[in-house]
Design a protein. Sequence first.
Length: 499
Amino acid sequence: MKTVNHWIGGKTVEGASGNYGPVTDPATGEVTTQVALASADEVNAAVRIAQEAFQTWGQSSLAARTKVLFAYRALLDANRDAIAELITAEHGKVHSDALGEVARGLEIVELACGITTQLKGELSTSVSNRVDVAAIRQPLGVVAGITPFNFPAMVPMWMFPLAVACGNTFILKPSEKDPSAANKLAELASEAGLPAGVLNVVHGDKVAVDALLAHPGISAVSFVGSTPIARHIHTTASANGKRVQALGGAKNHMLVLPDADLDAAADAAVSAAYGSAGERCMAISAVVAVGAIGDELVEKIRERAEKIKIGPGNDPASEMGPLITAAHRDKVASYVKGAADQGADVVLDGTGYTVDGFEKGHWIGLSLLDNVKTDSDAYRDEIFGPVLCVLRAETYEEGVALINASPFGNGTAIFTRDGGAARRFQLEIEAGMVGVNVPIPVPVGYHSFGGWKDSLFGDHHVYGNDGIHFYTRGKVVTTRWPDPSEGHIGVDLGFPRNH
């Protein structure tokens, strides 16, 4: 059986703990790989190597860093298909979706290639008599990223390219459910010329995570995952003196006004709710239909959802793949099975779905629930699967109030032809990312990604300007060089005279 080991100090390092986790092909249900699970001692060894690498990398020139990043970008581009195949084999998403994930990750690498303009700093000359003040940004040291299973390439690339471009060294702890893509990213970085120890991949479970959160050599932690774990990461790492950005869960809403193009809204709802099998924090999981359009909108969504082709991710005909594990599949199904008892109309029931020839895969069909109540489990919880809830509201104001009452504030969207209503919505809605006739408002790489409320713990969003600020710290330098013609100034116990 194939074994995925750690990548530390620019090379593969075999696991020493003796503990391994299974990696399953979601389409077949078969365990195809085992992944080494690091002990605290192995994490400590990785941190030491990263600290040693920082002594040189942190002092390297911007020209040297960006040269590596440009080479890395070229290698990632040339290896898109290979990375996507690893994602499909271990996560299950269809190949086109996996390619899209790699493309979005590449955006952040491209942002990192232009890091020179983002780290220029500021200078004020002659703030007083021959006194200049400069503001500069410097790297933190060793930083860590803990990433989820649903985007095993993109989310790591949200983090480490910017971190190393800023002069830090990085330890990535990817999901143990689909670990191979992370190793491939690290190997390509080494091939691009990234020095040994600058980017390290340590696989593991809670033992490795806890070791990273407690280690005094880690200066900052980035995390993407569920809200309970994000809250724990933020609390624990902060208590250990670390800077933290922890992105949590979501319940993203799409408000559809009566004047909306219902065909476009239905297309968007199906794409955003069921793409990547709903296993993404930017999925639309709740549609709020305003006024009398609800029945027609639900029917249009149903018609489109019934045509989605479900199958193995490596089949070009497949539009949606399986879920990551059988246990997760069963949990998602439980929300659908209990929906009717909690007042919802089950328009489509995707539970019990199988694919011929792949009966042991982690399959589930598309589910559509109408007239969902806000106190039901299907609405309150982040299901993280292909289940779309439809709620009804009589007015725009009622719809906005419903959305703002959610404890989550990750992303949201409005579908309307009314520019005034769209403008009100983007200002009144309590969410970090807003789409206007755009169902999945994931920002491009040079704008930052992150939510509000229980969708974010910490002060910084990920990537963009926020990401650069997170991976650096500011320093202000005040300098006075006496003119050669000046004599001795003498002692002055007062405040400096700047005027």
